[in-house]
Design a protein around this ligand. Structure first.
Ligand code: NAD
Length: 510
């Protein structure tokens, strides 16, 4: 079997990343794209884009794999997951390096993403417990009743560029322990880690056809979405595409969960510990260059005095950022994913200035020695932002933090409510009453109290509200068991003695 690193493009010396179908790396695609190292701006690999032929092959492999996998015991699935976890840990450095090379994020951030993904696999190791079903004795008339979780069949996952390891792990471990087979379509911008991980899954004993990868772009996604052999789709990406995936997928009878973009606000109350606020906001707004769906991109400060202190503290922090190649130890910020994305962020910054916001820290003119063609952007801080401004309404997905000034908690909550997204939010305060009022009343899916990135752990589920999630169930955690299975409820009675008279009334407990 050829490994990804052995497969070279016919046209160049660049490595060609193919697909992973039925336990084999294949690369017979006509179309392809380029993978960049964002720190240098160089094309480092090519990636094959799947057309109908490769998508069909992946679906056939997954259908074949499903025949046996669906009836494997949960404990045998869990054993594969245990071995997979061990192999991932042994190969952690390689996976983290691949992530930094293709995505650009700094080493420690890539390690954090890897570790959070691993926690989902640890949760999935509990397959026998998670799939036990529910049982009730004597629901009435000597009838016992139980619910079983049946797998759906072939399911697909489509993932974004910003967490090339963790977000796919939000999906496939849980889908697979439920007895489904899986087709992953990773982001075309950083597909390398997924292909490397596929080999580890095989080494862990996963049968061929249970986990497949098709690389590609929107055309590949459309092929997956329109195919009736695929029972369900998990999507994570920007909101407009998430909405499209949800509408198209559900129209063709699929179960769909589509997680979208975000604009996450932090409310800073006058009584908050400002040193803690500044440190927390720095990490939550600028970590991973703001390319996180849970990044804080607006700080809503209650009172001018609060805002002045936060702006002063953040200005000092931003000046100390170590920005450079993510491979270099000790960096705080690496590059953005692409030149196109950097230009989009620069346009947002221009629009903020035109709309009258005050650009307190301007990170636009940085140059990293030896990396002049890398997609670097320094931390930017806007003050006096209003909710009507484009920089406050829309997701920027870059190292840009907006400060909005309000005079009360209710006014701050109004700013949040006006925004179409509903992924995460947090409040910084020492007042338990204010924290409770905020947590209970804000229409947002994930809320932190003095916790800037309230990303639920593996045994809770992750999902936003409003335009941040299309579908009914959140991702990973207990919701994943519901999403990746369908329920069968069996009612059973063993009559003894003489037969009773026919009953014409609807059966009920009288
Ligand atoms: P994206 O929407 O551009 O791409 C996501 C996936 O969809 C990729 O695999 C891509 O190939 C595919 N795709 C792109 N255009 C498509 C189209 N027209 N039709 C079908 N498929 C298409 O997102 P991105 O730029 O890779 O990632 C950043 C976005 O993802 C941000 O908006 C971020 O907030 C969001 N995100 C959300 C979460 C969450 O949990 N809610 C987590 C991570 C990222």
């Amino acid at each position: 079997m050829a490994t990804t690193s052995q497969i070279m493009s016919e046209n160049s010396q660049l490595e060609m990343l193919g697909h992973y179908i039925n336990g084999q790396h294949v690369q017979d695609s006509v179309r392809s794209g380029e993978v960049y190292n964002p720190a240098t701006g160089e094309v480092i690999k090519q990636v094959a884009f799947a057309d109908a032929e490769q998508v069909d092959a992946a679906i056939i492999a997954a259908e074949q794999g499903f025949k046996d996998w669906r009836s494997s015991s949960p404990v045998s699935r869990a054993r594969v997951m245990f071995r997979f976890k061990e192999l991932l840990e042994k190969n952690a450095d390689e996976i983290i390096h691949l992530t930094v090379h293709e995505h650009g994020k700094v080493l420690e951030d890539a390690r954090g993403e890897f570790n959070r993904g691993l926690e989902i696999i640890e949760y999935a190791c509990g397959a026998p417990e998670l799939l036990k079903g529910e049982h009730s004795m004597n629901v009435g008339g000597d009838i016992n009743s139980w619910s079983e979780f049946h797998p759906l069949g072939v399911v697909a996952g489509i993932t974004p560029f910003n967490f090339p390891v963790m977000v796919p792990m939000w999906m496939y471990p849980m889908a697979i322990i439920c007895g489904n087979t899986f087709i992953l379509k990773p982001s075309e911008k950083d597909p390398g880690p997924s292909l490397f991980i596929a080999d580890l899954f095989k080494q862990a004993g996963l049968p061929d056809g249970v986990f497949n990868i098709v690389n590609g772009d929107s055309e590949t996604v459309e092929l997956l979405l329109s195919d009736n052999r695929i029972a369900a789709v998990s999507f994570v990406g920007s909101s407009n595409i998430a909405e499209l995936i949800y509408e198209t997928g559900t129209r063709s009878g699929k179960r769909v969960q589509a997680l979208g973009g975000a604009k996450n606000h932090a409310v800073v109350m006058p009584d908050a510990d400002i040193d803690n606020v500044v440190k927390s906001l720095t990490g939550a707004a600028y970590g991973s260059c703001g390319e996180r769906c849970m990044a804080i991109s607006v700080a809503v400060c209650v009172g001018d005095e609060t805002a002045d202190k936060v702006v002063a503290g953040l200005t000092d922090e931003i000046k100390q950022f170590k920005i450079g190649n993510g491979m270099q130890a000790g960096m705080d910020l690496g590059p953005l994913i692409s030149s196109g994305h950097k230009n989009k962020i620069l346009e947002y910054i221009e629009s903020g200035i035109e709309d009258g916001a005050r650009l307190v820290v301007d990170g636009r003119n940085i140059s990293i020695a030896g990396h002049e063609k890398g997609y670097f952007l320094g931390g930017c801080l806007f003050d006096n932002v209003t909710p009507q401004m484009k920089i406050c309404r829309e997701e920027i997905f870059g190292p840009v933090l907006c400060i909005v000034r309000t005079s009360s908690l209710d006014e701050a909550m109004q700013v949040i409510e006006q925004n179409p997204y509903g992924n995460g939010t947090c409040i910084f305060t020492r007042d338990g009453g204010a924290a409770n009022y905020f947590s209970e009343n804000i229409n947002i899916g994930m809320v932190g109290v003095n916790v800037p990135l309230p990303v639920p752990v593996a045994y809770h589920s992750f999902g936003g509200w409003k335009r941040s999630l299309f579908g009914d169930l959140s991702i990973y955690g207990p919701d994943a068991i519901r999403f990746y299975t369908r329920r069968k409820t069996i009612s059973q009675r063993w009559p003894t003695g003489a037969s009773e008279r026919a009953q014409f009334s609807f059966p009920s407990n009288k």
